[in-house]
Write a protein that binds this ligand. Structure first.
Ligand code: PAF
Length: 286
């Protein structure tokens, strides 16, 4: 596996693969890779002939006071995992390579509606930063398909919308969240948790599972369900940012008649913000 740091080298390597008739798959990441990322690479190797990954901690998607500076940077360990997973090319640019003219005053990509509410409400500008960097990366790599984790459910919806709205010829694939044995969704931010917090964290997924179970049993009083589970999160020592039931495709607040639902949560454990979700389609047998 080659690692390149410039757009020029990236384009040359992808062009070589294309000239050999290879289909290109792309897995964008911010590094500090875990089994969830490895699953995305593995999926890509099954679908295409040439897999490109990127590692770039994108300043544009972090707000003031967020964890940009302390976000873990572990390039050497990441390279090993990518190599082992069958990745062909790693693009690991600097901030200057990605934003040679700086980050203010240049074109931004924004996806209205889907970016509003949920993480968009508590992280203003976050999805504009994501949509902008993902658009740039897509233009740099020009993949046939790109793979993202479903853990970032709203992000995936935003990316699907931008690809559709901007007529990008890229197939977007969402891969199921990879969880620890106790249910905690794998995330680079889990490394910030103390031992005690790590033991508490699975309550986040338990909360989602209990709501899903209640809905499956016929409970449609969503406000009451949410209120009870917010109390449970608080009792466990978390500070919920949001806990909501939405329509899985449009992300608008779910009504009692909706059948394709997603339950989404963000909650602080100390200073670490954990997010998770559970997709529940009542028309699909579990
Ligand atoms: O999900 C992530 O790791 C990032 O938001 C992404 C998609 C790589 C864009 O920076």
């Amino acid at each position: 596996m080659n690692t390149v740091k410039t757009v020029r080298e990236l384009r040359a390597a992808v062009a070589r693969a294309r000239s050999e008739g290879k289909r290109i798959g792309f897995v964008p990441t911010m590094g500090n890779l875990h089994s969830g990322h490895v699953a995305l690479i593995t999926k890509a190797t099954q679908r295409v002939d040439f897999v490109v990954a990127s590692i770039f901690v994108n300043p544009l998607q972090f707000g003031a006071g967020e964890d940009l500076d302390k976000y873990p940077r572990t390039l050497a360990a990441d390279q090993e995992k990518l190599l082992e997973a069958g990745c062909d090319l790693l693009f690991a640019p600097t901030v200057e390579e990605m934003y040679p003219d700086g980050m203010t005053g240049q074109t931004r990509v924004s996806v209205p509606q889907l970016s509003e509410g949920l993480c968009g409400a508590s992280r203003p500008g976050h999805f504009e930063g994501v949509a902008t960097v993902v658009s740039k990366l897509f233009n740099m790599v020009q993949p046939d398909l790109a793979i993202f984790g479903q853990k970032d459910f709203q992000q995936l919806a935003v990316i699907r919308a931008l690809v559709h709205d901007l007529n990008m010829p890229i197939q977007i694939i969402g891969e199921p969240t990879v969880r620890a044995a106790d249910g905690l969704a794998l995330s680079s931010r889990n490394g910030f948790l103390s031992e005690e917090q790590r033991a508490t964290a699975p309550v986040v997924y338990r909360t989602l599972s209990q709501i899903a179970e209640a809905i499956k049993q016929g409970d449609r009083d969503f406000p009451a369900l949410i209120a009870a589970q917010i109390k449970q999160l608080e009792a466990a020592g978390l500070r919920p940012d949001y806990l909501e039931i939405r329509h899985a495709l449009t992300l608008r607040p779910a009504t009692a008649e909706d059948r394709d639902l997603v339950i989404l949560v963000a909650a602080f454990l100390g200073t670490t913000r954990l997010i998770d979700n559970l997709h529940l389609n009542l028309d699909t047998p579990a």
